[in-house]
Design a protein around this ligand. Sequence first.
Ligand SMILES: Cc1ncc(COP(=O)(O)O)c(C=O)c1O
Length: 344
Amino acid sequence: MDSWIDLRSDTVTKPTEPMRKAMYEAEVGDDVYSEDPTVNALEEKTAEMFAREAALFVPTGSMGNAVCLEVLTRPGSEVICDRLSHVYNYELSSMAVLSGLTPRVVDGPQGAPFPEQVEEAIHPPLYYVAPTGCISLENTANIAGGRIFPEKRMKQIVALARKNNIPVHLDGARIFNAAVALSKEVAELTAGMDCVMFCLSKGLGAPVGSMVLGSREFIREARRVRKLFGGGMRQAGILAAAGIYALDNNVPRLDQDHANARRLAEELSQIDGLEVDTETVETNIIMVGTKEPAPGAEKLCRRLESYSVQVDPLGPNLTRLVTHLDVSSEDVVRAIEAFRAAVK
Ligand SMILES: Cc1ncc(COP(=O)(O)O)c(C=O)c1O
């Protein structure tokens, strides 16, 4: 049987031998005492990459987002976020459970709202309405198909937030995908945000970990909240070493994932029964619709399994494919053949 090709997510990558070696050799200490030299090195390195004063290593992207929202707001406030955003759809309402926040949802195109939509969602400072606590944006927008947030639009929203004295959080789980696709620095793409979260454990290929970036004062408070939420880790240098390795070795290669995604999208768009808008494939995520004569998404995914291709349905007629470090260009050719066979 052929080896599995896992297109469900870029979170499925396994650490490579050299990454494991770096983890094995990592110097460690107790990070709750800020004494883990490898965690400290990772935090310094990312702060520099993002041109920020400080950074914090957190176990997951979800915790990073939760920490940021908690630090930026007070209970009873609203978080302006997009209908497709991860904080709204896939974080178990943690903003409500952990921080007493409610989402004020806007419906932007491809997960990237217009400034006018955000402006309309901002509450005036009246004592009888919930204050707007913060604006949370996502780049790339996962469920929108890995779309890159248009830079001009993002700058306009940041300016609007400044005018209204509202902080902005960026869920930049895949900001390196955006940076590589645009040939820009992450510092440039995230300038003006009060805080940024990005994931080491997605396209960058580390097994665990995300980073939060902000001012020294913000990170001091974020460190307290990370502990409050149960995320204070001890000899976490073993994990941080994987993050350092990922940042040193796996950033430019995201281009290959993007090229693989484009190839997949182009070929799948030619198959009768599949709907792919190739124009929207900007990074490593492809949304694939199904229609007659192809079966529904659930059945299609089950059939793909018999060709050793793993894909999850996202709706009755929708699947999402994600390319990553463990998907080679040969795997892409095999996956295309599997789709051809499975739609019949
Ligand atoms: C856009 C976005 N934000 C946050 C997260 C959460 O990351 P984690 O799975 O590490 O909690 C994800 C995970 O898929 C994501 O896609």
